[in-house]
Design a protein around this ligand. Structure first.
Ligand code: SAJ
Length: 430
């Protein structure tokens, strides 16, 4: 099998763009394709449209040296990597229409020997359906779903599993599952990833690789739900959940995650539904986990309401809007949900602060929520609700919080920062 010379990455979002950059940095000729013209234009100027550490410098470099170029339509290549969004519909069914649209767009350019790899998080069976679609569009070529090892075009699934904020290192260092629709498909896909992955590559079936990806995120969701359930239990029993978790985690086989105002982002809060949809009668735990996590913002609002003085209209400062610490991504953010629910409840005057954003997201701006920096918000507020454990907030002087009512949904000020050195009795300091 020959080496690859040109790779086409379909979709230049949170995964596609860093993948373009890494492939191009290994000397491969990469064409990044996106239907959004503004994305293509910005990439061709050597700029990035997403926030990810070190990505800007790398994109600038590979565009300047001509190894990466953006285009709005696919062109012939030796390998096509599909990294497009797979959201859920309003009734929580997987929406794989972008995957199939990408398939239709590359079909006319396929030739004998080409590889197609799907990376998007997908319901089990999607890679096979994609292959059937390609075969339907190109009856002149043989595909592995029917021709097996005699196929002209090779098709595989290999999920991304990188953590936003650490994408460039995790793309290279993480192990990867590679699931081909034939042995040759797996081998060819593994060869592509071997060009930039230092982690191990594990070959399996496309269907197993699809479920592996969904399982990783469903596992984390259920584990966060456990921490969130424990937070509710501790609230009933008037115990500090952070202390309980901290101490339970001293057990060598216990590792409880952190509770918070809910689970956000575009992966963990979404992917379990792909499994639930496929096996509704056997996913009671995952469904319960989803419910527990989605109900968290309501619990936070109740907690806020409980500390408000009913005789006056108090000011509530909501600190942090992103879906997790130290990033600017507000997608599916439980913090935004809390602010919206508070507004709906009509209690108090709400001020929001998010050090990683220049303005409020439209959905909150339209509600007339005030937006300021954290210190101003704290200064004006009677109640302070910490929604995201940004590093920035851990630097706030505790003096500024004195005499304020605090709801610390992340345990940043009330436990992690004020870790109890006096909790040990064996003389060692914490
Ligand atoms: N969260 C908690 N408590 C915790 C950990 C997280 O409440 O102890 C919340 C976060 O605040 C956030 C949400 O969960 O709202 C998700 O954050 P995350 O950091 O756990 O994960 P993501 O969504 O940024 O990235 C996940 C990762 N998956 C796993 O760790 C299994 C990443 O590796 C995947 O590549 C990514 O989903 C994806 O694209 O699927």
């Amino acid at each position: 099998m020959s080496e690859f010379s040109t790779i086409s990455v379909i979709g230049m979002g949170y995964i596609g763009l860093p993948t373009c950059a890494i492939l191009a940095s290994r000397g491969l000729k990469v064409v990044g394709v996106d239907i959004d013209e503004s994305v293509v234009e910005s990439v061709n100027r050597g700029e990035v449209h997403i926030v990810e550490p070190d990505l800007d410098g790398l994109i600038q470099k590979v565009v300047a040296n001509g190894t990466l170029r953006g285009a709005t339509r696919p062109e012939p290549a030796d390998a096509f990597v599909i990294a497009v969004p797979t959201p859920i519909t309003d009734d929580r069914k997987p929406d794989v229409s972008h995957v199939f649209a990408a398939g239709r767009s590359i079909a006319p350019h396929l030739k004998k020997g080409d590889l197609v790899v799907l990376e998007s998080t997908s319901p089990v069976g999607t890679t096979r359906k994609l292959c059937e679609l390609l075969a339907g569009e190109r009856p002149d070529l043989l595909f592995p779903d029917t021709a097996g090892e005699d196929a002209d075009v090779l098709v595989a699934y290999s999920p991304e599993r990188v953590l936003p904020g650490k994408v460039l290192t995790e793309l290279v260092d993480n192990d990867r599952s590679v699931g081909g629709l034939s042995r040759r498909s797996s081998e060819r896909a593994a060869m592509l990833y071997a060009s930039f992955v230092n982690g191990e590559l594990f070959v399996t079936s496309a269907e197993a690789a699809e479920l592996v990806k969904l399982t990783e995120n469903a596992y984390r969701d259920v584990n966060i739900a456990f921490a969130n359930e424990l937070a509710a239990v501790c609230s009933d029993l008037k115990l500090n959940v952070w202390e309980v978790i901290d101490l339970a985690n001293r057990h060598p086989r216990v590792s409880i995650l952190q509770p918070g105002p809910g689970v956000g982002g575009h992966c963990i809060a979404v992917d379990p539904y792909f499994i639930i949809d496929a096996a509704p009668n056997n996913t009671r735990l995952m469904s319960a986990g989803r419910r527990i996590n989605s109900e968290r913002p309501y619990a936070v609002v109740k907690e806020i309401e409980a500390v408000l003085d009913p005789t006056k209209r108090e000011t509530i400062a909501c600190l942090g809007l992103s879906f997790k610490p130290n990033i600017d991504d507000l997608r599916e953010s439980p913090a935004v949900e809390v602010v919206k629910l508070l507004h709906e409840a009509g209690v108090g005057k709400i001020i929001a602060a998010e050090p990683h954003a220049r303005r409020l997201p439209k959905e909150l701006d339209e509600l007339g929520i005030e937006f300021t920096d954290a210190l101003t918000a704290i200064d004006k507020a009677d109640v302070i609700v910490l929604l995201v454990d940004h590093r920035h907030f851990s630097l706030i002087d505790p003096e500024a919080l004195k005499d304020k009512k605090l709801i610390d949904t992340r345990g940043l000020w009330t436990w992690r920062k004020a870790r109890k050195p006096d909790a040990r009795i064996n003389g060692r300091s914490a």
